[in-house]
Write a protein that binds this ligand. Structure first.
Ligand code: COA
Length: 166
């Protein structure tokens, strides 16, 4: 398996196919809500995990810090921090490390693009059922729980530090 940052329209379509299969078909999120303006923001980083045979296994995205009210419905989040979201792994590929690999790629991208003095806080809006996965990666839940598209969520954050140069 390898994780790549999306550079081509075909790779972005691979990401969208996984997202629609997981969030729309499996979880019942409305198709209108799934692809949004942030997907086409040039500062957004999309990543895709590919199997050795080229099958897209999973995806996620990193949003740049925002000055608008995009995060207004997530009370605990600071829009000045980058935001990881839309993390999805195809049902058949779960439990094989793709989710963790995608998160590590998104965290590296956050540090590379938005790190100040080798540090950055990333935030995310976690479905409660996925919180143990995020907690294993070091994310800390904060704030009140809320429903997004009828699904229980909590906000969570992680303070990232760049590895020291050897
Ligand atoms: C949540 C999700 C992305 C995890 O991806 P994954 O590829 O299955 O996760 P990994 O195989 O990389 O698992 C990493 C670790 O987390 C654990 N883990 C994964 N999902 C878990 C869960 N729901 N609850 C508890 N632990 C979990 C794994 O056992 C593994 O543990 P290890 O450290 O002992 O190896 C995937 O289940 C998914 O796409 N779910 C549906 C969509 C979704 O909920 N997205 C998140 C929205 S906020």
């Amino acid at each position: 398996m390898r994780v790549v940052e999306v550079r081509t329209p075909d790779q972005l379509e691979d990401a969208m196919r996984v997202r629609f299969a997981v969030f729309v078909d499996e979880q019942g999120v409305s198709a209108d809500m799934e692809r949004d303006a942030q997907d086409d923001d040039p500062r957004t980083v999309h990543v895709v995990a590919y199997a050795d045979d080229g099958t897209a296994l999973g995806t996620g995205r990193l949003l740049a810090p925002h000055t608008d009210d995009f995060h207004a419905d997530h009370g605990a989040m600071d829009p000045a921090n980058p935001h990881i979201g839309r993390l999805a792994v195809s049902e058949a590929a779960r439990g094989t490390g793709a989710g963790r690999a995608l998160m590590l790629a998104l965290e590296s991208a956050a540090l590379a693009r938005f790190g100040a003095d080798g540090r950055v806080r990333v935030e995310l809006s976690a479905q409660d059922q996925a919180m143990p996965f995020y907690a294993r990666l070091g994310y800390v839940a904060h704030g009140e729980g809320y429903l997004d598209e009828g699904i229980p969520h909590h906000d969570a954050y992680k303070d990232l530090t760049a590895p020291s140069p050897r």
